[in-house]
Structure formats: C-alpha cells, structure tokens
Design a protein around this ligand. Structure first.
Ligand code: IMP
Ligand code: MG
Length: 199
C-alpha cells in the first residue's frame, strides 16, 4: 500500500466499537419506540452492523439527501432526494450517520425531522470530526473521534468507490486515489496482510 494510505480503524476495532454502541442503545431505548434513520449512502454499512447489535424491536428507515449549493454563513440547504416512508410522529428517532464533519448536513436534517414531531431525536455517528464542526450539534452516540485527513471504506467513498472496504483508511491525497484506483490493488487482493501490518 502507498504511504499516503493508512489503516485508521481496522475491521476488528470497528466491530468492537459497534457492539458497544449497540449495547448502549439497547439500554437507553428499552422502553421507547425506536426508529433508526439511515442517511444514505455512506451510513448503510454502519447501519447494517449496528442494527444487529441492538436487542430491541426497532424499526429502520432510509433517507437520501444531497447538498444543494454551497454552504453559506454556517448553514447548508440540503435537498431530500428520498424521504422516509414511515410517519415518525411520537417515535424515538435515532439518526445514523457515517461521519459528522462540519455538522451542516446533519443539523439541517435534524431541523427537518424535528418539525414532524417525533418524541425524541438523537444522533449516532460512527466518526466524529469534531475539530471542524461549524453547526453546534449534540452527537449522543459516537464511534470514534476522526482526524482531519480524508477517510474511505466501511461505507465512506471517494467518487462513489471504496465503500466496500472492510476497514477505514486515511487517504492523504483523495484526487490521486480517484484517478489511480490501482494504488489500493495490494490491499484489495490481500497481499498487504491484515490491518496490523498496514498500520
Ligand atoms: P458535513 O455536513 O460537513 O458534516 O458533511 C458530512 C458528510 O460529508 C458525510 O455524511 C459524508 O458523506 C461526507 N464526508 C465528510 N468527510 C468525509 C470523508 O473524510 N470521507 C468521505 N466522506 C466524507
Ligand atoms: Mg453521509
């Protein structure tokens, strides 16, 4: 693997942390009516693992959004490309996100969902890049604190590729990887042994 790409969180690290989050959510939502809202597409892999660690009769729903123009003065208008199919009135909503960066996307989404009168609304993010936060946001459940460098894998993409990687990698130059996918060839074919070696 090139030096510009490193394993940040291995599949083992992720598995362990997702189990802990599932246990915590199970404890907190025992007498609630939980619906997990997955923000596509990056959060799909995290959601799939997380729901199997939650021992409750929880519901799942999906939402797809895309940024609508540039961020201005601490807010970002987001277009809802696909809306939930369930009515969330009176339900306990847990928004599942892959990564919270500036927080602009999520704070817009939270405001939109709050208007539908759920009983409660919280955020579960696998990665929290809290140092770049613009919109104040309470991330109730957090997998890992994330450094500023760009990350891919476990649902996160560069130009729609690499969501299928089982580990989370940091990429020093995302443009380089987008133009030259061969850079990850040895990682993909397994000739770079486990994450311990790549680290
Ligand atoms: P925010 O509105 O700045 O918080 O944007 C968060 C969204 O940007 C996430 O849901 C991701 O889809 C995307 N994103 C931010 N950082 C990364 C990264 O390092 N890798 C891949 N996607 C990212
Ligand atoms: Mg996302």
């Amino acid at each position: 693997m090139p030096e510009t790409v490193q394993v940040l969180f291995s599949r083992e690290d992720i598995g362990r942390r997702v189990r802990e989050l599932g246990e915590e959510i199970t404890r907190d939502y025992r007498d609630r009516d939980l619906v997990l809202v997955c923000v596509m597409k990056g959060s799909v892999v995290f959601l799939a693992d997380l729901i199997r660690e939650i021992r409750l009769p929880a519901r799942v729903d999906f939402m797809a959004i895309s940024p609508y123009g540039e961020a201005t003065e601490g807010s970002r208008v987001v277009r809802i490309v696909q809306d939930l199919d369930q009515d969330i009135t009176g339900l306990d909503v847990l928004i599942v996100e892959d990564i919270v960066d500036t927080g602009l996307t999520l704070s817009y989404l939270q405001t939109t969902l709050e208007a539908r009168n759920p009983r409660s609304i919280e955020v579960c993010a696998l990665l929290d890049r809290s140092v770049v936060r613009i919109a104040p946001l309470d991330v109730r459940y957090r997998g890992f604190d994330c450094p500023v460098s760009f990350v891919v894998g476990y649902g996160l993409d560069i130009g729609e590729r690499w969501r299928n990687l089982p580990d989370i990698l940091t990429v020093a130059d995302p443009d380089e990887l987008e133009m030259n996918p061969e850079l990850l060839a040895s990682y993909l074919d397994g000739s770079v042994a486990g994450p311990e070696v790549a680290r």
